[in-house]
Design a binder for this molecule. Sequence first.
Ligand code: URA
Length: 317
Amino acid sequence: MVVEQQLRAYVDYLRDMGIYDLYRREDPKVMLPEGLKERLAVARPAAPVVRSAAATQAVAAQGVGARTSVAASAAAAGAARMVSVAREAVPTAVDPEWREVESSMPKPPSLDAVGVVPVERLAAGERAVALQAVREDIGECTRCPLAYAGRRNIVFGDGDPNARLMFVGEGPGADEDETGVPFVGKAGQLLNNMITAMGLKREEVYIANIVKCRPPANRVPEFVEATTCSQFLARQIDVVRPEVIVALGATAATYLLGVKQPLASLRGQWHSVRGAKVAVTYHPAFLLRDPRQKGEAWKDLQRVMVEMGLSAPRRAT
Ligand code: URA
C-alpha cells in the first residue's frame, strides 16, 4: 500500500509538472515527448535554487484535489528536488535536502527482505556467469520511471565477482551513465584512492549502486525507484557474497539496511545484510564537497581493514 501511495504521488507529481506521457511500457521508443528530456534534465542554474519546504508544500498543494497527505508530501519532496538541482551529485547526512527527502518517505524494507539468502554459496568459477545472468534479467529495464528519464546506459556493477569487499553507492551520475561503469567520475577517482589506501586494487573489490539508472539531474532516487531496483542488488550480493559491504552515503545505507536514520548514527558500528557485515561511511561526492570529513571516512575504512585483516600499503620514504 505504501508503495502504491508513493507511485501515485510520483505520477501526480509528474502530472503537476505537465508530464503526462512518461511511463509507457508498450513502446519504449515513443516515451519522451518533445522537450521533456530537457525539462527533466533541468539546466543547472549558476547558484542553487532551493525553495523552503513550506514554499514547496504550498506549490505542491495547489491543484492536488483529493490527494492523500502522504502523496502530497511525497510530491512536495519531489518538487523540491526538481528545483534544487545545482548541487553536484549525491546527498549526504549533512545535506538539508536529504533530510527533507528522508522525512517524507516511508521506511524502506531492508535488502534482507528481498527473498531468502541462498544457503549455498556459488563456486568461485560460477559467479561471473551468475552475475551475467542477473544482468540479462535486467535487460533494457522499464520497471521504474528512471527508464524514461533520459538514461543512456544501465550501470550494473564492476569488479571482481569473488570480491571479499563490496562498495555500494547511490546511483550513476553523468560519467557513469555515459560509460555504463559505476564510479568513474570525480567521486569514482576518490573512491579509487580510498580503495588504494586500504591496500587493495579496484579490480579486487566489487562496486554497485542502489539504482542502476541515472536519476535526472543527479537527484536522489525515489523510493519506488530504489525499492524496484533493489532486487537486482540483492542478487548481486548473493552471487558475490562479500564479507563486508561499505555503504557509501545515506541513500546506500537507507536502502541496504532498511533504516531511516541520519548517517552519523549508523557510522562506527557493524550492521548486516544478506550475510555480509555492513559498514557505513560518507559518500565520496560528499567528501569532495567537504574534504574535512575525509579523516572520519578513513576511520570507517580502517575499521573495515581491521575486520578483514588488511594492512595499508607502506609509503615510500
Ligand atoms: N555516485 C554514485 O553513487 N554512484 C556512482 O556510480 C557514481 C557516483
